[in-house]
Design a protein around this ligand. Structure first.
Ligand code: HEM
Length: 464
C-alpha cells in the first residue's frame, strides 16, 4: 500500500484530496462488542479490511486510524506542531497523571517542562544510573535464588514492576522506598485496568459516581499520597544533589521567573514515576517470557553474556558489546511494544498520504499493529531477533520501528530504558535458566493504557 502526500492534480492545478474511507454504520456498531471482546484482533481485522487509513468510531468516539510509515512521519515528525494531545485518550490519561510531561497537551508549557527535565536523561546521567540498576537487580535475583529451594515458580510481572519502580525512584529522585513502592505498583495496575477499560468502552464518563469510578478516585488519592511522601522525604533531607527532583524544585520560568507550584511539582513527579517504571517492567516480563519460549535463543544469550561479562555485573561500557541480547530485546519490543497506542489531535486541517484530514480530527496510531505490518515485516508474528542484525536494520527505513515513538515527543527515558532492559536481561541470563511451567497456556495480551501480559507472567527458574 503506497502513500504520498500529494494526491493527483485537477485541471486547476490544485491537488485533488481524497476523503478518508469510513467504516459503515453497521461496522461501527459491530465494533463496540468486537472491541470489548478483543481490541487487538478488532484493530488487526479493520486494517486488513480497510487499509492503512480509515475513519472509525470507538465506543462512539470518532478517530482516524493511520498505519503507514509516511503517516507516522507526517503526524509525529514533519508536521508535529499541528498535532497535540488534546484528545480523549490523553484526557483519560490526564484524569490520573494530570498535566505531567506524558499527558501534557503540548505547546509552550510542554516545551518548558521537557527542557527542564531533558538534562536528567543525557547519556552521561544514564551511565551514572547503571550502578543503581545492577545493585537493585542483583538484590532481587539473590532473593529469587534463595527461594528456588522452596518454590521455583516466580511471579515475574509483580516482582519486576517493584524492581523497576525502585530503580526509577533511586535514580531520578534519590529515594529508597519501602514496601510502599510495591503497593504503589499494585495500585497502578488497577488504575491501568479501569482507564484501559474506559478507552475500550467510554461510558459512563470517569466523573460519574459508579463503584469503579469511585475506586479510581481512591487509587489516585493513594498514589498522590505516595508522591507526597516522596516529596516530604526529599525536602526534609538537605544534602546537595543534582537529580531530577532538584531540577524540578529549582525550576524557574524564563519569562516570569516563577517556579512550579506544589501541585505542578507533584504532577510531574507522579507522571515521571509511572512513565518510568511501567513500560520497562512490562518489557522485561515479555523478554524473560520470550527466553522461556525460545530455548535456543536463550542459550545464545547466555553464551554471549558469559563471553562478554565472564560472571561479573555489566558496566555501561559493556552494553554495546551485548549485541545479540540487544537484538532479542528489540524483537520483543517490536511484537510486545508496551506503549502500544497513542493519539494526536489535528489543530488545523492537514493532508496525510493524499487524504484530507479535517481540523479537530483524532489521529490514532497503534504501534502494536504498525510493528506487525505485513508489507514491511515478513512473517510478522514470528519471533525472530535476526531482523535486528545490523545488516537487516540498515535495509529498513528507520521509522518502521519506533517502540519509543518519534519526533519531539520521543520517549525522554529511551536511553535509560535501553540500559535498564539490557542490564536486567544480561544479569538474568547470567544467573538463571528459565522455562514456561508445564501445562501453563501461552500468555495473552491485556491491552490497558499499556500492553500487559494477561494474568501476569509466571515462570520456572533454575540456577545455571
Ligand atoms: C521500554 C520502556 C519504554 C518504552 C517502550 C517507552 C515508550 C514511550 C513512547 C512510545 C512514548 C511516546 C508517546 C507518544 O508520542 O504519544 C514515550 C514517552 C515518554 N516516556 Fe517512555 N517508554 C519507556 C520507558 C520510559 C522511561 C524509563 C521513562 C522515564 C524514566 C519514560 C518517560 C517517558 C516520558 C516522560 C514520556 C513523555 C515525553 C514527552 O511527551 O515529552 N519512558 N515513551
Amino acid at each position: 500500500m503506497s502513500s504520498t502526500h500529494a494526491g493527483s492534480t485537477a485541471a486547476s492545478g490544485k491537488p485533488i484530496l481524497k476523503s478518508v474511507p469510513r467504516l459503515s454504520l453497521r461496522e461501527n456498531l459491530a465494533a463496540v462488542s468486537a472491541i470489548r471482546r478483543d481490541q487487538l484482533e478488532f484493530m488487526q481485522n479493520a486494517v486488513r479490511n480497510h487499509g492503512d487509513i480509515f475513519h472509525m468510531r470507538l465506543g462512539g468516539l470518532p478517530m482516524i486510524m493511520v498505519n503507514h510509515p509516511d503517516h507516522f512521519q507526517r503526524v509525529l515528525v514533519d508536521n508535529h506542531p499541528n498535532y497535540d494531545k488534546d484528545n480523549f485518550l490523553y484526557r483519560a490519561v490526564r484524569s490520573v497523571l494530570r498535566e505531567g510531561l506524558i499527558g501534557n497537551i503540548g505547546g509552550e508549557s510542554w516545551r518548558h517542562h521537557r527542557r527542564l527535565m531533558q538534562p536528567s536523561f543525557h547519556r552521561s546521567r544514564v551511565a551514572d544510573f547503571v550502578v543503581n540498576i545492577t545493585d537493585l537487580t542483583a538484590e532481587l535475583f539473590r532473593r529469587w535464588e534463595s527461594q528456588l529451594y522452596v518454590d521455583d515458580l516466580v511471579d515475574v510481572t509483580t516482582e519486576i514492576a517493584d524492581l523497576a519502580l525502585r530503580i526509577v525512584l533511586r535514580s531520578l529522585f534519590g529515594v529508597d522506598m519501602d514496601e510502599r513502592s510495591r503497593k504503589f505498583a499494585e495500585e497502578f495496575v488497577e488504575v491501568n485496568t479501569i482507564v484501559g477499560d474506559f478507552f475500550r468502552f467510554p461510558f459512563p464518563p470517569l466523573s460519574w459516581r459508579t463503584p469503579s469510578r469511585n475506586r479510581l478516585r481512591t487509587l489516585i488519592k493513594e498514589m498522590d499520597g505516595f508522591v507526597s511522601h516522596l516529596i516530604q522525604a526529599r525536602t526534609s533531607d538537605d544534602s546537595e544533589r543534582n537529580d531530577l527532583f532538584t531540577r524540578l524544585l529549582n525550576a524557574r520560568d524564563a519569562k516570569t521567573g516563577t517556579g512550579l507550584t506544589p501541585g505542578q511539582l507533584a504532577n510531574e513527579i507522579l507522571a515521571m514515576i509511572v512513565a518510568g517504571y511501567e513500560t520497562s517492567s512490562n518489557s522485561i516480563s515479555w523478554i524473560f517470557y520470550q527466553l522461556a519460549e525460545h530455548q535456543e535463543i536463550q542459550r545464545r544469550v547466555q553464551d554471549e553474556v558469559d563471553d562478554v561479562l565472564g560472571g561479573r555485573p555489566p558496566t555501561f561500557d559493556d552494553l554495546p558489546k551485548l549485541t545479540y541480547t540487544g537484538m532479542v530485546i528489540d524483537e520483543t519490543l517490536r511484537l510486545f511494544t508496551p506503549a502500544w497506542h497513542t493519539m494526536r489531535h489535528a489543530i488545523e486541517e492537514d493532508v496525510i498520504g493524499g487524504y484530507h484530514i479535517p481540523k479537530g480530527s483524532n489521529i490514532y496510531l497503534n504501534l502494536f499493529i504498525y510493528h506487525r505490518h505485513p508489507d514491511f515485516w515478513p512473517e510478522p508474528t514470528r519471533f525472530n531477533p535476526e531482523r535486528f542484525s545490523p545488516e537487516e536494520v540498515a535495509k529498513r527505513p528507520r521509522n518502521l520501528y519506533q517502540p519509543y515513538g518519534s519526533g519531539p515527543r520521543l520517549c525522554i527515558g529511551k536511553h535509560f530504558a535501553q540500559a535498564e532492559l539490557l542490564i536486567m536481561a544480561a544479569m538474568f541470563a547470567q544467573t538463571f535458566h528459565v522455562t514456561r511451567p508445564q501445562g501453563q497456556p501461552p500468555v495473552g495480551f491485556a491491552p490497558l493504557i499499556t500492553l500487559h501480559p494477561k494474568g501476569g507472567i509466571h515462570l520456572r527458574l533454575r540456577r545455571r
